[in-house]
Design a protein around this ligand. Structure first.
Ligand code: AR6
Length: 179
C-alpha cells in the first residue's frame, strides 16, 4: 500500500464486480450502453437498471467520466470512463486521454463525497493500450491527484484481473513509493 497524505493506493487481484466500495470504475465505450470485458461483467452483475440509467446519459466522450448507481452490485456507484483506443491516437495523445480518465473519475468521486474507489485497468484490454505504459499513467496521475487534494482521504484500489496486470501495478506502486 502506498500512502499519499491521508489517502492510499493499493493493487488487488480479482473481479471488480465483487468489491464493496463507494464506486467501481468501468472501462466503458463512448455509447455507454455496455459491451464486453469489464463493461460486460459490470452490466451483468448490476442488472438491467444500470443500462436503463446509462441510456439517459447520452454517451460520454473519450477521456471523460459519468456516474450512476451500482444497483445490484456491492459497490454503491459505477463511474463509467471511456479510455482511448490506443492504435487510433498518437502515444502522447493516448497518454493525455488516459490521464484524463483517471482525473475525471477521481473528480466525480470527490464531487459525490465518495472515499473508496476501485479502478479497472482502463484501455489495457480490447482498446490495446500497452500494459506497462498504461499502468505508469494510472499510478502517477492518481498519485498526483491525491497529492493535489490533501483535504480528501480517498482509498484507491487498482483492480487487476490477471497476474500480469497485478505485477505491473505492484512494480509501479513500488516505484512511486521509493520516490
Ligand atoms: N474485473 C476486473 N477487471 C476486469 C474484469 C473484471 N470482471 N473483466 C475484464 N477485466 P477491457 P478496454 C480487465 O477490454 O480495453 C468493452 O467492450 C481486463 O482483463 O474490459 O478499456 C467496452 O464496452 C483488462 O485488464 O476494457 C469497450 O468497448 C481491463 O479489465 C471496450 O471493451 C480492461 O479491459 C473497452 O476496452
Amino acid at each position: 500500500m502506498v500512502r499519499v497524505g491521508a489517502s492510499t493506493m493499493d493493487a488487488w487481484l480479482g473481479d471488480i464486480t465483487t468489491l464493496e466500495v463507494d464506486a467501481i470504475v468501468n472501462a466503458a465505450n463512448s455509447r455507454l450502453l455496455g459491451g464486453g470485458g469489464v463493461d460486460g461483467a459490470i452490466h451483468a452483475a448490476a442488472g438491467p437498471k444500470l443500462l436503463e440509467e446509462c441510456r439517459t446519459l447520452g454517451g460520454c466522450p473519450t477521456g471523460e467520466a459519468r456516474i450512476t448507481s451500482g444497483y445490484r452490485l456491492p459497490a454503491a456507484h459505477v463511474i463509467h470512463t471511456v479510455g482511448p483506443i490506443y492504435p487510433r491516437e498518437t502515444p502522447e495523445r493516448a497518454a493525455e486521454l488516459l490521464a484524463s480518465c483517471y482525473t475525471r473519475s477521481l473528480d466525480l468521486a470527490a464531487e459525490h463525497g465518495l472515499s473508496s474507489v476501485a479502478f479497472s485497468a482502463i484501455s489495457t484490454g480490447v482498446y490495446g493500450y500497452p500494459l506497462a505504459e498504461a499502468t505508469a499513467v494510472a499510478v502517477e496521475v492518481t498519485r498526483a491527484w491525491l497529492a493535489g487534494h490533501p483535504e480528501i482521504a480517498m482509498h484507491v484500489t487498482f483492480c487487476c484481473f490477471d497476474e500480469r496486470t497485478l505485477e505491473a501495478y505492484e512494480a509501479e506502486l513500488a516505484h512511486v513509493a521509493n520516490h
